[in-house]
Design a protein around this ligand. Structure first.
Ligand code: IVH
Length: 689
């Protein structure tokens, strides 16, 4: 029986097994599960599916339930969490668990390397280089190859017994590998941590259940490791790396750190794949820089590197300070937290018109990046943190996210707070365009969508989107450049652009700029439905735009509609109505609409009568691009002849007109037996009509 490769999970009924057979099967299952645990949790290279793994574990559980004397502490079934303990017992460490001296600059690393190199050849001493993990340090003890117990570091001499919780950590083998050759006793130092991805998921869960989120992965891991009930710990995203040998009986201790790590790996103990070794400050500096660069992309927190003398035999000669050995040194990364002065709070207007308070800071280097501004999110946040200009604040930069103010450090004033500046208030006008702002809960918004420069790029991109006016080649990047070069100040300016204007932009040639001008030109006669959607009125998506267009038929009527008229329409609630009314009442928006008209934009009214015309009663659907018509022109052409153009193919569709690169509508037409025609036939139909 072998459950390692291609495990057979077609098990025999339990009743049919003799005790001997059950024992053999349980043994093979344990070996198989251990093998797969190692592949999955240590090597990150699983060879069976989760479902097959679950079947193996479930079968073992059943065998152990049925034959009680098959149970054992080191069985993989025990990982799901044994009985709670009454309290965490004290444990004396086999050897003191020392801490590390840490430094923050290269200038402190050089003398350390020199000391290590004394008495060695010119090349200096070889050093082991490792990440400095930001988790919690534990001692793991294995006896005759079995995980016997584990404890926290505590004060370095005595820690607390957390064996029950460590058993649930899947990367920790309950049995060492290499049958029969395990040391009689092995004590290892390791770092237990929570993965960052697991941490985020765990906190999301906690918040959803109304529980307080953990502050960081380190606290989460430490909190879990001190639980009395391991069932609270089982299944959590905990992981570990082994990095020191605290004691070994029954075999010689490896002579170098590298050999030690290799021996760990042989025994199935997980070591960090980022471990390296090197010589001299250049190697050390390169490693420090490399890890600093990788830091944000790792799934676990590190806060520096650890440099250790590789020759373990010589470590003793160097001796120990009170609490930290002379053979190792931590070189921390620059902190990602700094204290600085909040100079001023300004307000930024985002692409959607949301006003965000932004703290302007006296510039500080935070973890290698100069920070001079930090978001304050919204007014509630400003009030909660009670930060005001002149305050000293703690700034943090986590991952690659925008810097944030963690808290106010002091209030630089007397007890009455008299010398602090006034609390910040959000402005009543948009700082960019001056329009009166709207308040929506914690958020403040500028309603002058079209006319507010801060929202311009977003608006134009939306206006040109395929679902809106479908202006090919007017994406975000091009729009941004047009706005930045002062060529476009509102939507109407688009229609005044010349090919020469555009050709002046980097990346545009004669042909591409002419193409863009032609694409804009083709969007001069949009349907009302598309135009309403393109305006980017809040709450007016494609579906509401269609409802408004078909109910009111003309742009002027939509613009003049009152709240009551609007709410009387199907599916238009008060919020939507309010938004439409506010949009068309805004002077600046009106001016943009006037300017669009002056630039030659004619919004086509919806003609629902469609009564008479040569194609009346017919329904067309277009797919793919036509050579001689834009989509809007084609739709206008059929409407002018009394027919309807709809977006989706249904049994009521008469013709699907297919241009180049048609979409799935063709298949739909095939399914429904609707006639598909090409552009030539379409043109003839129009002519005849
Ligand atoms: S070796 C005497 N290696 O850093 C040296 N420690 O005080 C023993 N740490 O609590 C420690 N990563 O938990 C070592 N690669 C690493 C480490 C590491 C993190 C922790 C350790 C200790 C703290 C410093």
């Amino acid at each position: 029986m072998d459950f390692k490769r291609n495990p057979d999970t077609d098990f025999r009924p339990l009743d049919a097994l003799s005790e001997q057979q059950a024992r053999e099967e349980a043994k093979a299952l344990r070996e198989g599960i251990r093998y797969h645990d190692h592949r999955y949790y240590v090597e990150a290279d699983p060879v069976i599916s989760d479902a097959v793994y679950d079947r193996l574990l479930e079968r073992l559980q059943r065998l152990e339930d049925r034959f009680a004397d098959l149970r054992s502490d080191d069985s993989p079934t025990q990982r799901v969490g044994s009985e709670p303990v009454g309290e965490l017992e004290k444990v004396s460490h086999r050897a003191p668990m020392l801490s590390l001296e840490s430094v923050s600059g290269e200038s402190d690393v050089v003398p350390f390397l020199e000391r290590l190199g004394q008495g060695t050849d010119r090349g200096g001493a070889r050093v082991a280089l490792e990440p400095k993990f930001d988790g919690l340090s534990v001692e793991l003890v294995f006896e005759d190859g079995r995980f016997a117990n584990g404890s926290t570091r505590g004060d370095g001499e005595t820690g607390e017994d957390i064996t029950h919780n460590l058993r649930t950590v899947r990367a920790l083998p309950m049995r060492l590998r290499g049958d029969g050759h395990a040391p009689a006793r092995l004590a290892v130092r390791a770092e237990v941590f929570m993965t960052r991805s697991g941490f985020t998921a765990l906190n999301r869960d906690r918040v959803q259940r109304g529980e307080e989120p953990f502050a960081n992965p380190r606290n989460a891991a430490a909190g879990l490791m001190r639980q009395l009930d391991p069932r609270n710990v089982a299944g959590r995203p905990l992981d570990l790396f082994c990095y020191e040998l605290l004691g070994i009986d029954g075999e010689d201790a490896p002579e170098t750190h590298r050999d030690m790590l290799a021996r760990f790996a042989d025994l199935g103990l997980k070591t960090c794949p980022l471990n390296r070794s090197g010589m001299g400050i250049d190697d050390v500096r390169a490693y420090h820089e490399d890890l600093r660069g990788q830091r944000d992309g790792l799934d676990y927190d590190i806060d520096g590197i650890v440099i250790k003398l590789d020759a373990r035999r010589r470590r003793g000669e160097l001796g120990t300070r009170t609490r930290s050995p002379r053979w190792a040194l931590a070189w921390k990364f620059p902190p990602r937290e700094e204290i600085t002065r909040l100079e001023e709070i300004t307000v930024a207007v985002g692409r959607t018109g949301i006003l965000t308070p932004v703290a302007l800071l006296a510039p500080v280097d935070v973890g290698g990046v100069t920070v001079s501004r930090a978001t304050l999110h919204n007014i509630d946040e400003v009030r909660r943190k009670d930060v005001r200009p002149g305050d000293r604040v703690r700034v943090i930069r986590a991952g690659d996210v925008i810097p944030e103010i963690a808290e106010r450090v002091d209030d630089c004033g007397d007890a009455s707070g008299a010398s602090r500046s006034e609390p910040f208030e959000m402005p009543s006008h948009c700082p960019v365009c001056g329009t009166d702002v709207l308040r929506e809960g914690a958020y403040v918004r500028c309603p002058a969508g079209l006319a507010c420069e801060a929202q311009l790029v977003g608006h134009i991109t939306h206006y040109a989107d395929a679902q809106a006016l479908d202006i090919d080649g007017l994406g975000e990047e091009t729009t941004r450049r047009l706005v930045e070069h002062g060529l476009v100040h509102d939507l109407a300016d688009l229609y005044r652009l010349s090919a020469e204007d555009i050709a002046a932009l980097e990346g545009f040639g004669k042909r591409s700029s002419e193409k863009l001008v032609a694409a804009i030109d083709a969007a001069r006669e949009p349907s009302l439905e598309r135009f309403l959607y393109a305006l980017g009125i809040r709450h007016v998506g494609q579906s509401n735009a269609r409802i408004l267009a078909h109910a009111l038929n003309e742009l002027d009527r939509v613009a003049a509609a009152t709240r009551q008229e609007l709410t009387a329409l199907p599916e238009i609630g008060p919020e939507i109505a309010e938004s439409v009314v506010a949009f068309f009442r805004n002077d600046r928006n009106r001016r943009v609409l006037e300017r669009l008209q002056a630039a030659g934009v004619k919004v086509r009214a919806v003609d629902d009568r469609q009564a008479d015309g040569p194609l009346s009663g017919k329904t067309f659907v277009f797919t793919g691009s036509l050579d001689n018509y834009t989509r809007d022109e084609a739709e206008a052409a059929v409407q002018a002849r009394g027919a309807k153009a709809t977006a989706d193919v249904s049994s009521r569709t008469d013709f699907v007109v297919a241009g180049a690169e048609p979409g799935a509508k063709i298949e739909r037409a095939g399914e429904l037996g609707v006639e598909v025609i090409d552009e030539r036939r379409f043109a003839r139909l129009l002519e005849r009509g």
